[in-house]
Structures are given as C-alpha cells and as structure tokens.
Write a protein that binds this ligand. Structure first.
Ligand SMILES: Cc1cc2nc3c(=O)[nH]c(=O)nc-3n(C[C@H](O)[C@H](O)[C@H](O)COP(=O)(O)OP(=O)(O)OC[C@H]3O[C@@H](n4cnc5c(N)ncnc54)[C@H](O)[C@@H]3O)c2cc1C
Ligand code: FES
Length: 961
C-alpha cells in the first residue's frame, strides 16, 4: 500500500512495469522494490532450494531481492529504479543480457586525488567537507543514486516534501555543503576492491576507474546484523532499516499487519514513522527490559549529553502510547511462521501475533571489508552476536599509513559520532597533506558528548547476549546458500573448528552477500572463535575482492600473463602462529604424515585403509591451503604453459605425469563412491581451444604426443566444436578434446578424503606447526608446537613449504611456490559441461554444479611476507576476465562474486615422490597438479612407505642429480 503524510505527496509520473508478465503500477523515481511492495508483492524470486525470497535489507547488502530486469540478471530490486515498460522477472533467462559494455581502452581509467572518501553518509560527507574546505581535492564515492547514507537518506524522487524533517534536512544540507566546497561526488560508484591504500578499484556508473588517492577515508557505513530465527528468510520479513527505507523514503508498505521487533530506538522510530504515514503497527517487541529505576542514572546521562535526542526518545514512546501501540519490553521473537509469506510471529512471552510484515533489528555490523583487505587491524566486539570493529583513533587514523576509517563502517556509534569523527578525519587528512586545517575543539567536544550519549543509550537498551543454543538446528544460518545450523553443527561434530573450515565444508558465507548476513552467526557457532586462538580479524573469513559482487564486463582489460616471483620459503600465515600451550605428552605412531593437504590426506587415507597406524600433522585444520583453494580441474592433457617453448617430441618432464592423470581420476571416482556422494565430479571431457588457425598445428602436435603417452585426445574442427559446446564463442577455430578430463568440487573432494581417512582410523593433530624433524634412534622425532611425535616413518607432504621441512633433515628440495588466483561468478542455468582451456593463454574454466563459473588458469597473486597472506592482483583479475570473455560470451552478462588466491607448489612440472636418498624412512609427497593427482600421489606414497612399490625414477628426487 502507499502511505499518506501531512507534508509529503507523490509527484512521480504514473507508469507501469511488468513482474513475471503481470502489470504493476509504479511511480517514476521509485525503486522496483517499492513498486512491488506497494502492490503487496513480497516474494520476488525462488532460491535453488525452491524457497520464496523477497526484500530483506533494503540497502543492497543482502542480495535477497535480486531479480532479472530487462534480461539483466542479479539486479537488486531495492536499488534499481523503475522505468515505464520495464520487464522484471523472478527467474534468470537462458541468455542473460550484457550488464555493461566492455571498454575499448587498454586499461582502467586512472584518477588521482588528494582525498578519496568511500561512503556518502554522515561520516563520509562530513570528512569530505572538512578536507575540501581546507583546500584538498576530494572525491566522494557512493554506491547509491544519492548521498545521505542510511541515516540521512533522501526522499525518493517519486515524492516531494513541503516540510522536510531534521534528518532529511541534514542530508540535503550536507550534500549542498559538499558541492559548495568543491567535493567531486560520484554516485552509482562502488569501490569494489582495495589493492593498496593508493590503488582502489572502483566502478563509476559501470566504468572501471583506478583511484590513486594520497589519503583514503573509509566511511562505508554498517548493515544490520543477522537475526537467525526460524522463518527469518520468509518474504515479508525485513530488517528494520529495510522497512524504514520503504516507509520513510519510498512511502510504501508491503502489508497492513506489521510487527517491529528487536532492540534499540530505531525500532521505535520506524513505528512512529508508520503512524505518521497512517498505519498502526501491530506492536513493537523490545528485547531490553522496561527502563525502570535501575537505568535512571543512564537516562539522566543521556539527557545531559544530548537533551534533544533524549526528548525525541521520550516523545516517540509517548506517541506510541497515545496511538495504542504496545511496546513489549523484555520480549523476543522466537520464530516466524508462514509459507509464501510470513503470517505469524511467536514471542517469548507465549503470545502468537498475526502479521503479514515483520521488521527485525538487533543492532548493526560495520562494513569492514575494504579496511580488512588493506590490512587495517580489527578487533572483535563481544556485544550481541558480535562484530569486527576497525582500530582507529579519534581522528579515524588507522595503523595503515594514509588510511582513515570513520562512522558506523568502522565502529558503531550513530550519526552524531559519525559526523564528529568524519570531520576530525577530514581535517587530519588535510593536515597530512600540508594544508592549513586547524584543530577543531568543538568537534572533539561534540564527539565526547555523542559517545557519552551512546554509552548511556545502550545501557538503557542493553542488547541481549547471543546464545548459540537459541539457534535451533533447523534454522537457516546462511540465507544465500541455505545452510542450517544443524549442518554447521554436524561439521563441528566431525572435528572442524574454524570459520574458514566451516565455510569450506558447508558453503556458509559463499553467497552473493559474501557472508554479511551469516558470518557472525557462523563465527559464534564455531568452536574456533572461543577456542585457543585469540579472537581477532582472523577468526572471521578472510576478506576477498570484490567487496560487493560487480559486473565482470567493465573489468575486462587485456593483460599479459607474467612470470610470478617464486616463493622460496613462504612464511607461515600469521593467524597460524601458535599460542603458547602447555607441554603435552609425546605421541607415537608407525607413520607420521606432515601436512594435511590433499597429498597428506590421500596418503593418510590409503595408509589407514590398508591398516597402518598413521598420524597426520597440520598447523591449520587439514585441507585449508591449496587443496581447497584450487579450481578443481581434473587435467588429463597438458597445458600450454607446461612447455618452455614449442612442444617437445617427448613432452618434456611434464609428460611423465600424463600416465598418472587417468589413474588418479579413476581413484577420485572410487573415493566418491566410498564417500557416497558425487563430490561434484564430472568427466565429460576437456577442450583446449584454438582462437586462431595458427594455433591448430601446435594443438595437433601436442595431441599426437599425448596419444603416444596413452591419453585419448584428438583435435576437433570449428563445426564439431560448436556442436559439442554451443555456449562457447563463435570465432573459435577448433580444440584439442580429451574425453577423460573434467572437474570436481575441491571443497567437497578434499573434505571427503579427510572424513574417509578418519573413518579408517587415521589420527589428526591440527594446529600443530612442525618445528623440527630429527633422528631418534631407529625412529624419527618430529617436534611440533603441540608436542613431539615419534614415528618409524615420516612423509613430508607440506606442499609449497616442503623445502623448509627438507632443510630440517639436511635435504635440499627444489620446491618453491606461486600464488594463483581463482574467480567465481554468480550462478546461472547450466551452459557448459566441459573443462575448458585455451591454447597459448592462461585459462581454466568450468561451470560448477551450483551454476557459477570457476575461472582460473594460473594468473598470479601477491604474497605479503609480513602476514603470510595472499592477495589477488588487479591486473590478474582484469586479464583473467578478459581472456575468459574471448571464449565465454555469456560472461558479459554476469557479475563476479569472489576472487581468491592460494599458494601452489612449483617444481619442474613433475612430482617429487618416494624415499629421500640417504634418509631411510623419510619420504616426500609433493606435486603441482595436486588436485588432479592427489589420490594417485597418496596411493604411490602409501605403497612406497609400506615397501610395496618402488617409485618411478622420473618422480624421484634423484632426478635433480
Ligand atoms: C589457486 C589454485 C588453483 C589450482 N587449481 C588446480 C586445478 O584446477 N587442478 C589441479 O589439479 N590442481 C590445481 N592446483 C594445485 C593443487 O591445488 C595443489 O597442487 C594441491 O592441492 C597440493 O596439495 P598439497 O597437499 O601438496 O599442498 P597444500 O594443499 O598446500 O597442503 C600443504 C599443507 O601443509 C601444511 N603445512 C605446511 N608447513 C607446515 C608445517 N611446518 N607444519 C605443519 N603443517 C604444515 C599446510 O598447513 C597445508 O595444510 C591449484 C592450486 C592453486 C593454489
Ligand atoms: S547469508 Fe549471504 S553468504 Fe551467507
């Protein structure tokens, strides 16, 4: 329904859009979500699991409201504006329309400025104004169509207000002041990645721009925290901020029986705004107890610090009382019921209320993705469900030179704290640049008062503590991937502890919202958060580019593959540095396997299956490195970069691995059969594509060489290729087809091997860094940070770190590492079934069972020696997307959701296996194509350790002389 108001009236032209073919009246200037809500439509789409979903956060953060608009998939209904005749659909079409044009420029535009401000809410506007008024050249970016952020968001263009209230006026005035000060305001501009403080990747109205600011002010605001209760994913259930945007800015409500619930004054404000719009809420449910005598002192502090705000609060309560709206203090919503939409709310006081719309707010979470990507330190704030806050001083200055972080996007504090901190940061940034920006005592005093008010406020509205037991097994924790608490608990019962491991095992956090609406709950449920390691930024999943899904097309810029620097001794990632633990007893095993990646896991699995006593040691949880970071290709043919120059007649060292691949793929299938699940394995063949006629002779020579090694492989012409893979680009001239190739799901595959190894009796010692390996009589003594292990035989399966372990026993292993990158797109209906590579370019491509395309092929990433963290490089992302688009035209219509990196072992293209010369009982198991070859490496190593088989000399260390 559309809301009335004393001073606000609709002015947008009456137009019409179509939703799944049905006409929906709309007002020019409003959002698609507003038009659908006004028509009472709350279910916008269905999940892959078939559940209806609609508008939830209303601010572009949760991606639950994505629809297809005029053929463009993945459009957020909460941000997209209506246009007459617009076709909105709940489902993705078979052929998505391009999302943006590919630039004809050679690279992204470059733009310098003194100060770049990310976020146009109170904090960002205030910082931008202060810096610009001091004389700095300031650019302010905001993803939305207008500045103001959440607090000072403007009225939609569909309406006019004859007497704007203080919040509307604040937004309008700050926008005008920023303009007057010369701030360059860029709306519809999303900062998608922070590669360095002076290298910020941005899409400005669909065009890629790399900003090189001298100072960076991050003010990206907050989003609401998840409220994981049964039914919170039902259409009609929104965050309070989401419903407030509809009510306050768009002047619509999707229902008539609205319950507002959670904690804090925003809920009261929304109830009053609804009353002003002519609709009485069913009730306001407040978790904090009624503010009685116990908090009188805090009420007095609030009144002293900000009398106007204190009066506003009292006024809101009085207004609700007069209107007969019950405020149920000390009460919680336990569950929401409904099917197509919410219809009932069950409360902790035993009542069940009949509702058609629910607004939930239990607090906020700072939007810390960019700050974390830039390496700014964060701390865990243990309030409510908990969140990460950016470490910064009163001026917003962080530990990373040139980076400031202010507003709710750094630390929660509300609009007045944001305004004061924003101004102080703007002035400090200007001073850094040598500009005259005087100290502002008034802003510091305002900050003190605002902080005092906030402190007292949250004592009155004490947030309820989070209790894991309240989250029932059936409750969906990850909205995007539909992962329940029960699924997470099952993995925890199976021994996983960290957020990273749970994410990989269940996919919780891998959806379009990138964990914004589940990461905190997963962290709370995971034993790791409260376990032995310090609770810090690392307790949450690693930050990844892009910070929001962005269209791939504008980022496609040609780039040459480049040689990655080889990491001779990669540091241990900082988060795996052990905390001091008391000495433990010496463990004993017949065989100890060092390193729990696929090589180690497969070895332990084979040994345990054959009845051996095996203990596997890893400094992390098993399988968390390359073995779950890889792209899952099951290679049977060689890649163009397996050769130095032209294809040698005999294939060179890489060719010795050819006979291993089909054997290993068969073992993968056996593992899947034993695990009782597919592990995403699909072997319908691999295509190495030729883009030019001149590449075909090379492909033919390579194919002939592979056939000599027993690999089935033949070259197809353009027509055959088109019949086999119609989704690929039309101009391709042929392909080397290897029917044995395919791909698997590295997450499911690696974790299944872990499960099977444990099932067969292998033991795991995780969180244990190996610090020494030495002879102990006839046995070996392995020193770890969790105590010694004495074993008769040792297997070194530590991947890129294998040379370090080698040095402990005086062995010079020619193993280094390279950081490699993988990109994943949003899901679409099935289009390709092959593993796809390109002759002469770096590319591996496949469509996963979930529908997303995995794009890789060995584009390199960066390694930070200080933290041991790996990071994607902008040019690699651009180059990888550009090469991929040459063969997969549909990529122009897709957003890319995530890009991640891992360290792969680099050897001479063949593995190092078998007993080390002169070190009886010490074995190596290291390979670069380790996802494909993991099972066969495990089998060969186990047989060698058990003395059953001698290892082929081409895989032995002795080949290096
Ligand atoms: C981005 C990327 C994409 C890839 N794509 C493919 C692909 O599509 N197909 C394919 O076949 N291969 C692919 N690979 C290669 C493949 O993933 C690796 O070769 C394989 O996973 C290596 O397994 P691993 O067990 O040797 O090493 P890892 O998985 O790196 O495991 C090594 C383990 O050793 C542990 N460790 C190291 N040092 C110590 C110590 N001192 N104490 C205790 N523990 C220690 C680590 O914690 C880690 O768990 C890719 C690799 C990357 C990085
Ligand atoms: S809720 Fe979006 S990734 Fe989990």
């Amino acid at each position: 329904m559309r809301l009335n108001h004393r001073t606000i009236r609709p002015t947008g032209a009456a137009i019409s859009i179509r939703f799944d073919g049905q006409a929906i009246p709309a007002l020019a200037g409003e959002t698609v979500a507003a038009a659908l809500s006004a028509a009472g439509t709350v279910a916008f789409r269905r999940t892959p699991g078939g559940a209806p979903r609609g508008l939830h956060c209303g601010m572009g953060a949760c991606f639950d409201c994505v629809v297809t608009i005029d053929g463009r998939i993945g459009q957020r209904a909460c941000l997209a504006k209506v246009a007459d005749g617009m076709q909105v659909r709940s489902e993705a079409p078979e052929a998505p329309a391009p999302l943006a044009a590919v630039s004809s420029d050679a690279m992204a535009a470059e733009r310098d400025c003194d100060v770049l401000v990310v976020g146009g809410g109170p904090a960002g506007l205030s910082a931008a104004i202060a810096a610009a008024e001091a004389g700095a050249a300031v650019v302010l970016l905001d993803e939305r169509a207008a500045t103001g952020g959440q607090y000072a968001k403007p009225l939609a263009d569909s309406h006019e207000d004859a007497a704007p209230d203080a919040q509307f006026r604040l937004g309008r005035d700050f926008f005008a002041r920023a303009r007057a000060a010369g701030v360059a305001i860029e709306n519809d501009a999303i900062a998608w990645a922070g590669f360095a403080p002076n290298e910020i990747g941005v899409l400005v109205r669909g065009r890629a721009v790399t900003f090189h600011p001298r100072r960076l002010v991050l003010a990206p605001g907050a989003h609401e925290r998840p409220v994981p209760i049964p039914g919170w994913t039902l259409p009609g259930v929104m965050t309070t901020g989401g419903l407030q945007t509809l009510v306050r800015a768009q002047r619509v409500l999707p229902g008539e029986h609205v319950l507002i619930a959670g904690n804090g004054p925003l809920n009261l404000q929304l109830a009053c705004e609804m009353l002003a719009g002519g609709v009485k809420p069913v009730a306001v449910v407040e978790a904090a107890p009624f503010p009685g005598l116990a908090v009188l002192h805090d009420v007095a502090r609030m009144a002293r610090a900000a009398p106007d705000l204190a009066w506003q609060g009292i006024g809101m309560l009085a207004r609700l009382r007069r209107a007969g709206v019950a405020v149920l203090w000390g009460t919680r919503v336990l569950a929401l019921d409904g099917e197509a939409r919410v219809h009932a709310a069950r409360l902790s006081d035993g009542q069940t209320l009949s509702v058609d719309t629910v607004a939930l707010n239990l607090g906020f979470q700072p939007e810390v993705g960019l700050a974390r990507a830039l390496g700014v330190p964060h701390r865990f704030v243990d309030v409510g469900i908990g969140h990460l806050a950016t470490e910064a001083d009163d001026d917003g200055r962080t530990a990373v030179a040139g980076v400031f972080a202010v507003g709710d996007g750094a630390r929660l504090g509300g609009a007045r704290v944001a305004l004061a901190r924003g101004r102080l940061a703007g002035l400090a940034a200007a001073r850094d640049l040598g500009l005259a920006a005087p100290e502002d005592a008034a802003s510091r005093a305002a900050l003190r008062r605002a902080l005092a008010f906030q402190d007292a406020l949250w004592r009155v509205f004490a947030p309820p503590a989070f209790r894991s037991d309240d989250v029932t097994d059936a409750t969906i924790v990850c909205r995007c991937e539909e992962v329940t608490a029960g699924t997470l608990r099952q993995e925890i019962a199976g021994g996983l502890t960290s957020v990273a491991a749970l994410k990989k095992a269940t996919r919780a956090g891998m959806g379009r919202c990138q964990g914004r609406f589940c990461a905190a709950t997963v962290a709370r449920l995971s034993p790791g958060l409260l376990g032995t390691r310090a609770v810090d930024d690392w307790a949450f999943a690693a930050p990844r580019a892009p910070v929001r899904p962005v269209p791939a097309a504008p980022l496609m810029f040609p780039a040459e593959e480049f040689e990655a620097p080889l990491l001779t001794a990669p540091e241990t990632p900082a988060h795996l540095h052990p905390l001091p633990t008391p000495p433990t007893e010496t463990r004993r095993a017949d065989i100890v396997v060092l390193g729990g990646g696929l090589a180690g896991l497969c070895t332990a699995y084979c040994l345990a299956r054959d009845g051996a006593d095996v203990l596997l040691v890893d400094r992390d949880e098993a399988g968390m490195a390359a073995s779950t970071a890889n792209a899952g290709s099951l290679h049977a043919q060689l890649l163009s970069y397996d050769f130095d120059d032209d294809t040698p007649e005999d294939g060179g060292p890489a060719a010795y691995t050819l006979p291993l691949a089909p054997r290993s793929i068969a073992l993968w299938k056996a593992i899947a059969a034993e695990a009782g699940e597919s592990l995403g394995i699909r072997t319908e063949g691999g295509l190495m594509l030729a883009a030019k006629e001149s590449e075909l002779p090379w492909l033919r020579r390579k194919s002939a060489m592979e056939r000599r090694w027993g690999i089935e492989s033949h070259v197809l012409g353009a027509n055959e290729l088109r019949d086999l893979a119609p989704a690929l680009a039309e101009g391709l001239v042929g392909a080397d087809f290897a029917p044995a190739e395919g791909y698997g799901d590295p997450l499911r595959g690696t974790l299944a091997v872990r499960r099977l190894a444990l099932r067969h009796g292998a033991r795991l010692l995780t969180g244990a860094e190996v610090t020494s390996v030495a002879r102990d009589g006839a046995a070996w003594r392995v020193g770890t940070t969790r105590g010694d292990v004495v074993a008769g035989r040792v297997v070194n399966a530590t991947g890129p770190w294998a040379a370090r372990i080698g040095r402990m026993v005086g062995l010079d292993l020619p193993v280094t590492g390279t950081v490699q990158q993988v990109i994943v797109t949003e899901p679409v209906p099935p289009m390709t079934k092959h593993l796809i590579a390109l002759a002469n370019r770096h590319l591996s491509l496949k469509q996963q069972a979930s529908g997303g395309f995995l794009i890789g092929g060995g584009w390199f990433g960066n390694f930070d020696r200080g933290t041991g963290r790996t990071q994607a490089l902008r040019r690699s992302i651009e180059g990888n997307l550009s090469v991929c688009a040459q063969v997969l035209p549909v990529l122009h219509g897709l957003t890319f959701i995530r890009c991640w990196t891992g360290i792969n072992s680099a050897i001479d293209r063949a593995p190092i296996l078998g007993e080390a010369p002169g070190l009886p009982g010490f074995f190596n198991a290291v390979s670069a194509n380790g996802y494909t070859l993991g099972p066969v490496i495990g089998r060969i190593t186990a047989d060698a350790v058990l003395g059953r088989e001698t290892v082929d000399p081409h895989y032995r260390l002795e080949r290096f002389g």
